[in-house]
Design a protein around this ligand. Structure first.
Ligand code: IMP
Ligand code: MG
Length: 179
């Protein structure tokens, strides 16, 4: 375990197992509707989760990435500033949005709004983690890996000051590591 980690909340094995389950569930749901989603990951936090999930999504999907930051002034559509946009059009396309964690819910709410504005036929959300206690807007993911308590978590894509994203598990940072 990394020296800055207080405890592990979700192990690598648990994440891989859950990605298998989610992959099967998601595949079934889209097959029922006879649709193929465009998988859209939000940078940078979703990268490890997206990489694991798509291995278990046994369909001919394509994936793209977007980088957004919330609540900044210029170039904003709604409350989201787009730092890196999609390369392909989502007009008429069902989108599966991949996120690392849903906290207040603002990011996912705004990105869903943006993708619908761009013409996506539907936007579903899959999030590795969900912190329901922190929610300030009425939004839920369609698929959740794990619910976590109201603690700041790191690893498997999640960072503190851009660090710890590469840890293969989700853990809680030691108090003395916060500046
Ligand atoms: P929301 O818009 O409040 O739902 O926040 C979502 C974003 O905040 C996530 O995509 C993360 O980048 C970040 N975030 C929220 N909670 C945590 C956490 O516990 N650890 C690391 N990043 C977090
Ligand atoms: Mg994020």
């Amino acid at each position: 375990m990394h020296k800055d980690v207080k405890k592990i909340l979700v192990s690598e094995e648990e994440i891989i197992q859950r990605c298998k389950e989610l992959g099967e569930e998601i595949k079934k749901d889209y097959e029922k509707k006879n649709e193929l989603p465009l998988v859209v990951g939000l940078l940078k936090g979703s990268v490890p989760f997206l990489a694991e999930l798509v291995k278990h999504l046994d369909m001919d999907i394509c994936y793209e990435f977007m980088d957004v930051s919330s609540y900044e002034g210029t170039e904003s559509i709604g409350d989201v500033k787009v730092n890196l946009d999609l390369r392909s059009s989502v007009k008429g396309v069902p989108v599966l949005l991949v996120e690392d964690i849903i906290d207040t819910g603002r990011t996912v709410q705004e990105v869903k709004r943006l993708l619908k504005h761009k013409g996506a036929s539907e936007v579903r959300v899959v999030s590795l983690l969900d912190k329901p206690d922190r929610r300030v807007v009425d939004i839920e993911a369609d698929y959740v890996g794990f619910k976590v308590p109201n603690e700041f978590v790191i690893g498997f894509g999640l960072d503190y000051n851009q660090k710890y994203r590469n840890l293969p598990y989700v853990g809680v940072l030691k108090d003395e590591c916060y500046q």
